[in-house]
Design a binder for this molecule. Structure first.
Ligand code: ATP
Length: 204
């Protein structure tokens, strides 16, 4: 397999770009989706989180109440560290399991990892060194905010605060091997996805 990392800020268009690379033939490992699976009611990460924060993080429907978790961790770095300590190791293990299945194939494997770059601008985990390349989806902050408000129901201040709490565009671009500029329309992405796919083939 040919393994690549893909990252970008919240609302930058990571899922959109990943999906288009899947349409080209790539396999996608989506950390967000893996987290959601591990946080399904009764799943190991769900249980570990409930053990720490109690029933107040369970919604009326029995699912994780993400808003309640966000509330707890958003303004308290100790709680955020605790959450990362619960979630990260399980995600890494699950990704490793999926990777093992793909490892003997010749697939292009895209790892969609929102937090590949942290506030210090470094790759958070040494195992990411195995990527043959890193794709960064870049978008001006105002555009990301507008899309989060329009398509995701965020309020503007919340979207801005979340973006401000993440790595900066420059920090991400500093580790990029290929930058997809998603400031324009969805149509404007097509030639960039073509170019990105061609670039990926040169890495074989
Ligand atoms: P998150 O960080 O929340 O996982 P993301 O980086 O995966 O988000 P997407 O979900 O791909 O971002 O995009 C955010 C929203 O913006 C989606 O509703 C998507 O359909 C829309 N979007 C993405 N790219 C464009 C574009 N070029 N033009 C218009 N809308 C777009």
């Amino acid at each position: 397999m040919l393994e690549l990392g893909l990252t970008g800020g919240i609302g930058s268009g990571k899922s959109t770009v990943s999906q288009r690379l899947v349409d080209k033939g790539a396999k996608l490992v989506d950390a967000d989706q893996i987290v959601r699976d591990l946080q399904a009611p009764g799943a190991p990460v769900f249980l570990a989180m409930v053990e720490r924060w109690g029933d107040k993080i369970i919604g009326d429907d029995g699912n994780l109440n993400r808003a309640a978790v966000a509330e707890i961790v958003f303004s308290d770095t100790d709680e955020l560290d605790a959450l990362n300590g619960i979630v990260h190791p399980s995600v890494v293990t699950e990704i490793a399991r999926v990777m093992k299945e793909l490892s003997d194939t010749d697939h292009v494997v895209i790892n969609d990892i929102p937090l590949l770059v942290n506030k210090e601008g470094k790759s958070e985990r040494p195992e990411y060194d195995r990527f043959k390349g890193i794709i960064v989806v870049d978008v001006p902050t105002e555009v990301a905010v507008a899309r989060l408000v329009e398509f995701r129901g965020f309020d503007k201040e919340d979207a801005e605060a979340r973006i401000a709490s993440q790595a900066s565009r420059d920090q991400r671009k500093a580790i990029a091997d290929f930058v997809v500029d998603n400031a324009g329309s969805l149509d404007a992405l097509d030639p960039q996805i073509d170019a990105c796919w061609e670039w990926i083939q040169t890495l074989r």
